[in-house]
Structure formats: C-alpha cells, structure tokens
Design a protein around this ligand. Structure first.
Ligand code: OAD
Ligand code: ZN
Length: 232
C-alpha cells in the first residue's frame, strides 16, 4: 500500500470562515507580522500579542470544520498508518473534524506555555480575562503556543523522516512561501514521491508539483480523496 503524507495550510480553513494570511483580505494585510508573530513583538507588547491570539482562539471555536477537513479524516480512517497529516494551521479544525494524528508544526491556538518553566496549558483552563495569563506553577507570564517568525517549527525531525519515506506527498491550501514548510514538497520529490497540490492560486513552489488541481479545496479534495481511496 502506498504511503501518503499531506501538508495543509490556511486555504483548507478558508471556507470555514478563517482568513488566510497572504490572500487579498488576508490577516497580514491589517496586522504587522513583526508585531504579532515574532518573539521581539511579544517582548515589546505582550498584551497586544495576547489580545490578537485570544481573538483568533475565540474565532477558531466559533467556526466549523468543512468537507475538506472531513475528507482528510476519511483518508486517515482508510489508510491508517500509511497516512500522515502535517498542518501549518493553528486553528484545531483537523482535530475537530476527527483526525487523530495531526502534526501541528506551527503550534496551536488552544494552548499556551510558560516562558520560565515550559509548563503547557490548554487555554480552556486559563483565566483569559487577564491581559497576560500567568503560569499556575511559577507565576511567570505565559505565551501563546505558536511558532513565530524566527523560531524553529515543531517536529521537524519526524517530518523529515515522513517526507523521505512517502510515495505520495500532497499540499493543500498553502501558498508555498513560508519555509521550512514550503520546502517539504521539494524534499519529498527529490526522495521519489509523486507530488500533488490542491490550491486556489498557483503556489510559489509549483516547479516541484507533478499534479496541480487548481480551485477550492472543498470542491476538489473530496472527489480526489475518493479516487485515491478507490485505488488504494
Ligand atoms: P497563505 O495565506 O500564505 O496561503 C493560503 C493559500 O491558500 C493561497 O495560496 C490561496 O490561493 C489558497 N487558498 C485560499 N482559499 C482556498 C480554498 N478555498 N481552497 C484552496 N486553496 C485556497 O497561508 P499559508 O500558506 O498557510 O505561519 O501560510 C503559511 C504560514 O504563514 C502560516 O502557517 C503562518 C503564516 O505566517 C505562522 O503563523 C508561523
Ligand atoms: Zn511556569
């Protein structure tokens, strides 16, 4: 049986009502990336950064996974250990669609960690009415569990093994402009995988894509998954 690895980005959650980053109307159009998505920005104004992520967390809970998220859950159910899902998204929608083994390489809106002792907390257990939530163990400031620009994404070692080992690598709803994730398709291809993209616009790393499906992932992904599963 072929081994599949899927990488998702903001585009898969767009039709659930979560803004992407770089499209017209995207999040980075009216927020300064340095201010809200860098360790320096957090040091300069932790209250502003916390407010930004509290709002995004609340919004993520107010929307629902869509049929593209559910199509990937169906792939997991059918392919089991031959399927791995990596996401750059922090919105938790893959888990809410039922996917059980999601690699959240850019962290999660639903957790925070202590800058002093590393304790990790679900936001649901924290008092979010205070401007900067504090650690229950040591009393120091918590920060959102998000990988910011200039920081190293989570699980890179595990991801590299998956990329080298897979037969098919799919990228869904990502502009292919933020590294290292944008380079995964190149690694997978160089190690022999067939590469597939499902994206509204042509991604920046199109040169490494064998099969491009251009359009909305809610329309294109469910039939593509059914086709893949019928052959598996
Ligand atoms: P981007 O906003 O850069 O790209 C979103 C992509 O999704 C674009 O190429 C769109 O064409 C595509 N898209 C939009 N709607 C779609 C739909 N309905 N169906 C299919 N495709 C659609 O988002 P990402 O590539 O995820 O990092 O951004 C990567 C990283 O940059 C994010 O994880 C975030 C950001 O800064 C961190 O926060 C660390
Ligand atoms: Zn602590």
């Amino acid at each position: 049986m072929k081994k599949y690895v899927v990488l998702t980005g903001a585009g898969i959650s767009a039709e659930s009502g979560i803004r992407t980053f770089r499209d017209s109307g995207g999040l980075w159009e009216d927020h300064d990336v340095e201010q809200v998505a860098s360790p320096e920005g957090f040091q300069a104004d932790p209250k502003l950064v916390w407010q930004f992520y509290k709002d995004r967390y609340a919004q993520s809970l107010s929307v629902e996974p869509n049929i593209a998220h559910f199509a990937l859950k169906k792939m997991e159910d059918n392919l089991q250990d031959n399927f791995h899902l990596i996401t750059q998204n922090v919105d938790g929608l893959h888990s809410r669609a039922g996917s059980e083994r999601v690699i959240e390489m850019h962290g999660s809106l639903s957790t925070a960690f202590c800058c002093a002792c590393n304790a990790n907390y679900p936001l649901a257990e924290l008092d979010l009415s205070v401007a900067i939530p504090v650690c229950k163990k040591c009393g120091k400031s918590l920060r959102p569990d998000i990988v910011w620009f200039g920081e190293i994404p989570y699980y890179l070692y595990e991801i590299e093994q998956l990329l080298k080992d897979c037969d098919v690598f799919m990228v869904i709803g990502t502009s292919g402009s933020v590294y290292p994730a944008a380079g995964f398709v190149m690694t997978a291809k160089l190690f022999g995988a067939h590469t597939i993209a499902v994206n509204l616009d042509r991604p920046d790393n199109l040169g490494f894509i064998d099969e491009m499906h251009q359009g909305k992932c809610t329309e294109l992904l469910p039939p593509l998954v059914d086709k893949i599963l019928s052959r598996a």
